[in-house]
Design a protein around this ligand. Structure first.
Ligand code: GDP
Ligand code: IMO
Ligand code: MG
Length: 429
C-alpha cells in the first residue's frame, strides 16, 4: 500500500508529467499502463526540461523503479533514442523495466496511421501519426508482436510473416504503398532485442509483489479521460483506456490494489486533434490561453485548441475514474483574465444538460452555459499554500471542487516542480 493512479481528467496535456515527477519522491515504482509515444510529458526542474514520451515521469529519482506496463505500445527506435537522450542528461535508466507483454509498433503501423488519416480527409481524427491505433488494432486482432517475441528469432519471423500477408495486401491494394519483407523487418528489429534485453521482465508479478511488500506504486496515465476508447468522444479518441480502470488491465494488478485516484485537470481546458469541444474559444481569449499557457503539443508541436474550464466534463471524469482527489494545474495562466468563466451545463435544442449527454449529436452541438467569477490579475506563481492565493483564486478552486464533488488536494501554479501547492494529497511521512 498504497497504489495510486494518476490520470488526465480532460483531453490530455493536463500536466500529468509535472505532477507525476513531483509525487515520485514518495514512490518506489512509477508505472505507465497504456499509450505509447503519442504521449508527451514535460518535467521541469530548475533550468532542466525533460520531455518524455515512453519513459515514466518518475525517472529522475533514484528511489523510483520506472515500469513500462503490458498495456503500452512501443516504437523500439523511439524507446532506444529516449533512453539515450535521458541518459545523456545524466539521468540513469538502469532501473527501467519493460513488460515482456507490451506490444511493438511495427513499421507498417506508422504507414497505416498516416494513410488512414489521409483517406479520412476532412473527417480525420488528427492522430499523432505514431502508429498507435494500428498497433492496438493488431493487438485486439491477435496479430500483434510483443516484446518477448524479439527473443526468439524463428517465432518473431513467423509472426511477422503471418502479419505481412494481410498488411502487405492493405498497403499495396488499398493505399498503393510499398510493402515489406520478413527479412527487411527482422534485420531492423532483431538488433533492438540485444539492446533492450536487460530491461525486459514480466512486470505484473513484480508490481504485485511490490504492493504486497508495502511499496508505494504510482500508475501514470497518458492521454486523458475524454480520449478513452470506451468513455471518450469516440471516434475522436486514442485507441487505449487512459481512465483509471486501465491501470489494472495495463499492468496486471487487481482493481483492489488501487487506493487513491488522482485526476489532473487544467484550470481551463485544451485538446489537440479533431472532435467536439463545447467550450472551445476562437476569439482573443482563446489566443491568450495559447500565448500565456504555451499551448503547443509536446509530441507534435501542434497548436492546441483551448477554452474555459468545463465542469460537466470534470464531473464525468470523477465518475468514470472514481476520482478521490483532483489536482488543478496551470492556475497561474488564469491571472491574465479580469473575469473567469466556468461551463456548468450545456444547452441543446431547448434542453439543459448538467451531465455529459448520452448521445454524441447533443455533445457535438452543445452550447456551454457559463457561470462567471471575478479574476485576481496578480502573479500567483510564488504561492505555496492555499492561503497564499488571492481570495478570488481560492473561491475559484472551491467552486471547482463543489462542481466536481471531489476535493482539490493539489494545485499547480507554474511549470516547475516547486511551483505547486500541496493541499492535502497523500504524502509519505
Ligand atoms: P501532460 O501530457 O499531461 O504531461 O502535459 P504536457 O507536458 O503535454 O503539457 C503541460 C504543459 O504545461 C507543459 O509544458 C508543462 O511544463 C506545463 N505546466 C504544467 N503545470 C503547469 C502550471 O501549473 N503552470 C504553467 N504555466 N505550466 C504548467
Ligand atoms: P498526453 O499523454 C493530447 C490525441 C491526438 C488525437 C487522438 C488520437 O501528452 O496527454 P493517437 O495518435 O493517439 O491515435 O491520436 O488523441 N492524443 C493526445 N492529445 N495529449 C496526448 O497525450 C495525446 N495522445 C493522443 O491528438 O486527437
Ligand atoms: Mg502531453
Amino acid at each position: 500500500m498504497p497504489g495510486v493512479v494518476l490520470i488526465g481528467a480532460q483531453w490530455g496535456d493536463e500536466g500529468k508529467g509535472k505532477i507525476t515527477d513531483l509525487l515520485s519522491r514518495d514512490y518506489d515504482y512509477v508505472a505507465r499502463f497504456q499509450g505509447g509515444n503519442n504521449a508527451g510529458h514535460t518535467v521541469i526542474v530548475g533550468d532542466r526540461t525533460l520531455k518524455l514520451h515512453l519513459i515514466p515521469s518518475g525517472v529522475m529519482y533514484d528511489n523510483v523503479t520506472p515500469i513500462i506496463g503490458n498495456g503500452c505500445v512501443l516504437d523500439l527506435k523511439v524507446l532506444i533514442d529516449e533512453i539515450d537522450r535521458v541518459e545523456s542528461e545524466g539521468i540513469s535508466c538502469e532501473r527501467l523495466i519493460i513488460s515482456s507483454n507490451a506490444h511493438i509498433i511495427m513499421p507498417y503501423h506508422l504507414d497505416l496511421d498516416e494513410a488512414s488519416e489521409r483517406r479520412l480527409g476532412k473527417n480525420l481524427i488528427g492522430t499523432t501519426k505514431r502508429g498507435i491505433g494500428p498497433a492496438y488494432q493488431d493487438k485486439i486482432s491477435r496479430m500483434g508482436l510483443r516484446m518477448q517475441d524479439l527473443f526468439d528469432r524463428s517465432i518473431f519471423k513467423e509472426k511477422v510473416a503471418a502479419a505481412l500477408i494481410e498488411k502487405n495486401d492493405v498497403l499495396a491494394k488499398v493505399y498503393d504503398l510499398p510493402t515489406y519483407t520478413v527479412d527487411q523487418i527482422a534485420e531492423e528489429y532483431l538488433p533492438y532485442a540485444e539492446r533492450l534485453k536487460p530491461y525486459i521482465q514480466d512486470t505484473s508479478p513484480l508490481l504485485n509483489d511490490a504492493l504486497d511488500e508495502g511499496d508505494w506504486v504510482l500508475f501514470e496515465g497518458a492521454q486523458g479521460t475524454l480520449l478513452d476508447i470506451d468513455h471518450g468522444t469516440y471516434p475522436f479518441v486514442t485507441s487505449s483506456n487512459p481512465i483509471a480502470g486501465g491501470a489494472a488491465v495495463g499492468t496486471g494488478v487487481g482493481p483492489t490494489r488501487v487506493d487513491r485516484v488522482l485526476g489532473v485537470a487544467k484550470a481551463y481546458i485544451t485538446r489537440v486533434g479533431s472532435g467536439p469541444f463545447p467550450t472551445e474559444l476562437s476569439c482573443k481569449d482563446g489566443d491568450t490561453f495559447i500565448d500565456v499557457g504555451h499551448e503547443f503539443g509536446t509530441t507534435t508541436g501542434r497548436r492546441r485548441r483551448a477554452g474555459w474550464y468545463d465542469a460537466v466534463i470534470t464531473k464525468y471524469a470523477a465518475q468514470v475514474n472514481g476520482l478521490t482527489d483532483l489536482c488543478i494545474t496551470k492556475l497561474d495562466v488564469l491571472s491574465a483574465f479580469p473575469t473567469i468563466k466556468i461551463c456548468v451545463a450545456y444547452e441543446h435544442l431547448g434542453k439543459t444538460y448538467t451531465s455529459v449527454p448520452g448521445h454524441q449529436s447533443a455533445f457535438h452541438h452543445a452550447k456551454p452555459v457559463y457561470e462567471e467569477m471575478p479574476g485576481w490579475n496578480v502573479d500567483i506563481t510564488g504561492c505555496r499554500t492555499f492561503e497564499d492565493l488571492p481570495v478570488e483564486a481560492q473561491n475559484y478552486i472551491k467552486r471547482l471542487e463543489e462542481l466536481a464533488g471531489v476535493p482539490v488536494t493539489m494545485i499547480a501554479v507554474g511549470p516547475d516542480r516547486e511551483q505547486t501547492i500541496h493541499n492535502g494529497f497523500l504524502q509519505r511521512s
